[in-house]
Design a protein around this ligand. Structure first.
Ligand code: DLZ
Length: 165
């Protein structure tokens, strides 16, 4: 079925944890900044909407999506950070650069998350075109940044529940 007009960033908001005392780091790639800026804004607004305090949200920028992994690791190593959200956009081109970057970042972020035992959220768009990116950064398909923030909130709550602080 075509997803042409479907908002793909649909999520439930039942039983969300209290996050007023949680700290979040948002790592944002500068490549395709007109799109990553919108992902950041969506993620920031969603965190605030569901109870995060502005002083508990930190932003770091990296040159490109490939660098999201290391900067996420630096944030994840900090004891005061509860979750990291990595935001980038890698648009398919004539070569396979997008596959190498996307695979490296997906695997890298997974490793960072496990090594640091905290949520590190993959908020990287992997579109075939700028049009597809725009549709997923506040356009017809919603905003992947909102979705990434909601995932971070849920995972922070789940960690507390499972590990019973
Ligand atoms: C080199 C490169 C290319 C071709 N395309 C993108 C892209 O679409 N999105 C993105 O975030 N970054 C891109 N980069 C930059 C790489 O992520 C990285 O910054 C460089 O290869 C240096 O390590």
């Amino acid at each position: 079925m075509s997803s042409a007009d479907k908002n793909l960033s649909v999520f439930t908001t039942n039983d969300l944890p209290e996050i007023g005392n949680k700290k979040f780091a948002l790592v944002v790639a500068e490549w395709n900044s007109e799109i990553t800026g919108k992902l950041f804004q969506g993620a920031y607004d969603t965190l605030i909407k569901y109870g995060a305090l502005p002083e508990n949200i930190e932003k770091g920028t990296v040159p490109g999506s490939f660098e999201l992994t290391l900067a996420s690791h630096w944030y994840a190593q900090r004891d005061d950070i509860d979750a990291v959200i990595a935001l980038g956009v890698v648009i398919k081109g004539e070569t396979k650069h997008d596959e190498y970057i996307n695979n490296a970042v997906a695997q890298g972020i997974t490793n960072v998350s496990i090594q640091n035992n905290k949520p590190v959220i993959f908020g990287v768009l992997t579109p075939n075109s700028m049009e597809q990116a725009i549709a997923r950064a506040g356009g017809a398909h919603g905003n992947k940044g909102d979705e990434a923030a909601m995932t971070a909130i849920k995972m922070v709550g789940l960690k507390d529940k499972i590990l019973v602080k």
